[in-house]
Design a protein. Structure first.
Length: 733
């Protein structure tokens, strides 16, 4: 009995057992069309699973009964509900699960997590971004511990057990974290997909341009600019999934259209039509870019051989001033006295007793709010049905991405574009400690909820705003996604195999969105601590581009000191081997061997029995026919850093992750689904992180929060009837 069949093996005559879609795709492959590799799970597999679970006979009987009861809606609904329960509870027998998993694995080709081009060797991301992201995560946990140590009368310290692996994975690009509005969910994929069409990049006359079409209006504007060509007029292209299905056609049409243009011209034309776009800047171009010069993020930091060296510094503005490292204090300076802090509210968690109003959208805003919830704050998410978060697909149910990004929050629906809606928000701000948002600059001012507006009702309030390119400079009003930030900060240009390579490998990552959330949270906690000392709040602004640039400060400094010296893939890590990722025995198995000190390199030579200068070739030959786990154990025992490359689907079962209980699950609101999600990556026996409740339905707390503000039941009903206070109409099942 065949449970899994490759698409290339299927024809129309197989439709009864393989399904019509699979059969049609098989015919397209037979005709020579470029259909990606894939497989189908057959009808026999379905029946085998039901047989193994012992429910096939009952399902057959219920199906026959349902066909008879087509005119009895109540009986039909009951039969269908029972059928769903039986099928969902059946699961997959081990043999079938193994066969399906093997088919997934057969699709992969040389992946290193999600980085690199399909069909080539895995590509390590440029810039040491993983470790720097881990450092930011750990710094945030440290500051949360300080908040706890200054709360109440006990002033308790804490021991933080930090895993750089988990901290980096959480802050850089969490595999089971929130994904973006334009990023497909590929968690179960064994190999790396071709991500060139996710955030496409086009070759133009003088370089490259990235264009992000992620909304219906953006697509209509792009189509109109192209002259409404007949092949692009279908309604199926009005959605992201529909455009993904015809990505090759769209990319070819746009690519041919923009190829003769200059990059500045393409970006200007796109921005005039409200189509998000950015030039793919080299590291040298970043140093010369006017926007970064005007905003001051690129600055002279010293001299080398009498020449000035410029790089990026200062990810955050506090009350209009960029936070940069202070000049070293003179030797005669007197030590500063320890500031006197008013104790914060005591409780079981670092931020117990704090209230956060969360206006965050998409990923960067959502992740900041969830971090505050993780540390024990009460987080009230405020949304407006009339101007929904770009991640919203419905107000009656949520998606797995939303469920992963909004745990631990309350949900209030409120129209801030009305006078009464603003009054309600001001009442909330009067009782809050922190407000977070990540709208385009100028939005909170137009809504009447700017820092100045809110500080007038609560002088101790801290407001944190993030945006793609900041509140000043020529790009302050430019539409921006994380993919455009990467393009404009030099990272996209670096993240490829070489200068002539046209495949940019950053298409699947969400960096720096999750990292920006950590930076915002860190700045907010610092300002909340300062507010305990001064009694005054603060206005924090964060440009995502500044966060990305500061992570590449070493690359920028090196390029400034020696123009033209920094090239893709941008490795400035000090590695002692030219390559660190080696093919191992087994299908698509890889092992990382990465000595960083002379002692480790000497230990590697001893394991290999080789001479200086021959290490890379010797490692490749040594690893090629060996099991990667065995190689890693042997190398580690000899004192050489090494590990087998893990794929996303393998992480939850990894012994190291299981020993630290890193994964849990959460419910997807409005559905019966549960999805896997990472826990907070820092363990602290004396500093517990709060277990996070699932994301609630939209507006689930609207009425209770309004009641807390003193609104009567009648007033609440009037607000709901007027659409000022909002809640979900129903639940999808």
């Amino acid at each position: 009995m065949t449970h899994v069949r490759k698409l290339a093996e299927i024809r129309l005559v197989d439709a009864e057992t393989a399904g019509g879609k699979g059969a049609n795709l098989g015919e397209l492959i037979s005709a020579g069309y470029p259909v990606p590799d894939g497989f189908v799970v057959t009808r026999d597999a379905y029946w085998s699973a039901l047989e193994a679970a012992g429910v096939r006979a009952e399902i057959a009987g219920l199906h026959a009964k349902a066909l008879i009861a087509v005119d009895d809606a109540q009986e039909l609904a009951a039969a269908c509900e029972r059928l769903r329960e039986l099928v969902r509870s059946a699961g997959l027998p081990p043999e079938l699960a193994s066969e399906v998993t093997g088919a997934y694995r057969a699709l992969g080709d040389q992946p290193l997590s999600r980085s690199g081009a399909p069909g080539r060797a895995p590509l390590v991301a440029a810039g040491g971004l993983f470790r720097r992201s881990a450092a930011q995560e750990i710094a945030l946990a440290l500051l949360a511990a300080v908040c706890r140590s200054t709360a109440g009368a006990e002033r308790r310290g804490a021991l933080l057990d930090c895993s750089v692996f988990e901290a980096g994975a959480s802050a850089f690009d969490p595999a089971y974290g929130m994904t973006g509005s334009g990023t497909p969910d590929i968690l179960e994929a064994y190999g790396r997909p071709d991500t060139a069409s996710v955030y496409p990049i086009y070759r133009v006359r003088d370089g490259y341009v990235r264009i992000c079409v992620l909304a219906k209006g953006q697509w209509l504007a792009m189509r109109s600019w192209l002259g409404d060509p007949e092949p692009l007029l279908g309604d199926d292209l009005l959605t992201n999934p529909g455009r993904y299905a015809k990505a090759d056609l769209i990319a070819k049409t746009i690519g041919e259209f923009v190829a003769p243009m200059a990059s500045d011209e393409v970006v200007r034309e796109c921005q005039e039509r409200r189509i998000p776009a950015a030039r793919v800047l080299s590291v040298g171009e970043v140093l010369r870019e006017e926007h970064y010069r005007v905003t001051g993020v690129i600055a002279e930091v010293g001299q080398l051989d009498g020449k000035p060296v410029r790089t990026a510094e200062g990810m955050v503005h506090v009350d209009g001033r960029r936070s940069v490292p202070p000049d070293p204090a003179p030797a005669t300076a007197q030590p500063r006295s320890r500031p006197v802090l008013v104790p914060g509210p005591a409780g079981p968690y670092p931020l117990s007793g704090l209230t956060v109003l969360d206006l965050g959208v998409i990923v960067a805003g959502a992740s900041a709010g969830q971090l505050f919830a993780q540390f024990g704050a009460r987080v009230i998410r405020v949304e407006n049905k009339n101007f929904p978060d770009g991640m919203r697909r419905s107000f009656d149910w949520s998606t797995p991405a939303q469920a992963r990004g909004h745990r631990g929050k309350e949900s209030v629906g409120l129209d801030l574009r009305t006078d009464e809606g603003r009054r309600v928000f001001h009442d909330l701000a009067r009782r809050a400690d922190l407000v977070t948002s990540n709208f385009k600059p100028g939005t909170v001012e137009r809504l009447g909820i700017s820092y100045a507006d809110l500080a007038a009702v609560n002088p101790r309030l801290v407001c944190v705003e993030s945006s793609a390119f900041g509140t000043t400079g020529p790009w302050r009003t430019a539409m921006g996604y994380g993919a455009l930030v990467r393009a404009a900060s030099g990272l996209t240009w670096l993240w490829r195999e070489g200068l002539e390579d046209g495949y940019f490998s950053d298409g699947i990552t969400l960096y720096p969105d999750h990292l920006v959330g950590r930076v915002c949270a860190f700045a907010a906690l610092a300002c909340l601590l300062d507010a305990r000392r001064t009694g005054r709040g603060a206005h924090v602004t964060v440009a995502q581009s500044d966060v990305g640039l500061v992570q590449l400060d070493r690359h920028l400094a090196a390029e400034s000191a020696e123009p033209g010296s920094v090239l893709p893939p941008g490795d400035l890590s000090g590695r002692l081997l030219p390559e660190v990722v080696f093919r191992a025995a087994g299908e698509d198995q890889w092992c990382i061997v990465d000595p960083r000190t002379p002692e480790q390199l000497a230990a590697l030579r001893q394991v290999l029995g080789t001479r200086p200068g021959e290490e890379a070739a010797a490692v490749a030959a040594y690893v090629r026919d060996r099991d990667p786990d065995a190689v890693a154990l042997e190398m580690q025992a000899a004192g050489v850093p090494a590990a087998r490359m893990l794929r996303i689907a393998e992480l939850p079962q990894d012994p190291g992750r299981r020993s630290r209980n890193w994964y849990t699950s959460t419910h997807v609101a409005g559905t019966d689904d549960e999805v896997l999600v990472e826990r907070y990556p820092v363990l602290a026996p004396d500093l517990a992180a709060q277990p996070l409740a699932p994301m609630p339905m939209f507006g689930a707390h609207t009425r209770s929060v309004l009641a807390e503000l003193g609104r009567s039941p009648r007033e609440i009903e009037e607000l709901v009837a007027a659409g000022i206070a909002q809640e979900a109409a129903g639940t999808r099942r």
